[in-house]
Design a protein around this ligand. Sequence first.
Ligand code: ZN
Ligand code: ZN
Length: 48
Amino acid sequence: MKRCLTCGRMAKDYAEFPCPDCSEKIVRCNHCREIRNPYKCKCGFEGP
Ligand SMILES: [Zn+2]
Ligand SMILES: [Zn+2]
């Protein structure tokens, strides 16, 4: 279980990938991926 960066909920189905900008780990739950919720990294990078 990891905390989704977009919705802040704990998710057991999630995708984890490095931020294109700062390589910080970004965690998104499947729900946020499906509805294409944007995410915002703490470095300020925003992506779909
Ligand atoms: Zn989410
Ligand atoms: Zn970043």
